[in-house]
Design a protein around this ligand. Structure first.
Ligand SMILES: *Cc1c(COP(=O)(O)O)cnc(C)c1O
Length: 220
């Protein structure tokens, strides 16, 4: 199977309103070019320096998304061009994104990452922590970030019911935040959930954005 046909197959299997982020981490530029040639424009990476290096050599109309856990000191590598950071998991990180975005005269889209999995290795807020942050005066004074929704990763398991229930929880968090902090805010609309192994379930549970790597580019 070619990269182009893998993408075509996924596109045919997801609703038109669901965005496809092609996760190209660890994969060479040549593979991204192949995906680009088939029309894919949105790519996701999980390491800031790798993302910056690829951005530099690839077509400038690619929309780059950061999907992996970030140390604040890495924001500077991507602040000039990154379109969406899916993995905001602390006020400290958000403050740094705001600061670097301001330096470039930009507004950077952000998703709040929630910890919905059983594994402790995964990052993210719980609902209370996120609401506390959103209530803080520090958050309310940030003008160069835009919170566009939520992101989460389900537990890596064959138990479909568990995965479904974790995605359902994330969707409920999205709805609760929409009500409590983003009502009437048209930018707050994204629920980033679903990877190669579980994106069908994620879509059934309300995903608007799937992040798919190995089904497109092969295993890592
Ligand atoms: C690697 C990664 C993906 C894609 O995983 P696949 O199973 O290869 O589709 C999605 N989201 C995040 C946060 C990742 O790190």
């Amino acid at each position: 199977m070619s990269i182009a046909s893998n993408i075509a197959k996924i596109k045919a299997s997801i609703p038109a309103g669901v965005a496809l982020v092609a996760v190209s981490k660890t994969k060479p530029v040549s593979m991204i070019e192949e995906a680009y040639a088939s029309g894919q424009r949105v790519f996701g990476e999980n390491r800031a320096q790798e993302l910056a290096e690829k951005h530099q050599v690839l077509p400038q109309d690619i929309e780059w998304h950061m999907i992996g856990h970030m140390q604040s000191n890495k924001v500077k590598y991507i602040a000039e061009f990154v379109e969406l950071i899916h993995s905001v998991d602390s006020l400290k990180l958000l403050k740094e994104i705001n600061h670097r975005a301001a330096q470039h005269g930009r507004v950077i889209g952000c998703l709040l990452q929630f910890h919905i999995a059983q594994e402790s290795t995964k990052f993210g807020f719980d609902l209370e922590e996120a609401q506390e942050m959103l209530n803080s005066t520090e958050f309310q004074s940030m003008n160069n970030i835009r919170i566009q929704g939520v992101m989460g990763m389900a537990t890596f398991t064959d138990n479909e019911n568990q995965v479904r229930s974790e995605f359902s929880t994330l969707f409920q968090f999205f709805n609760q935040l929409k009500q409590s902090h983003f009502s009437g805010n048209d930018h707050f609309k994204d629920v980033s959930m679903g990877m190669s192994g579980d994106y069908q379930i994620a879509i059934e549970e309300g995903s608007t954005m799937v992040r798919i790597g190995s089904t497109i580019f092969g295993s890592r």
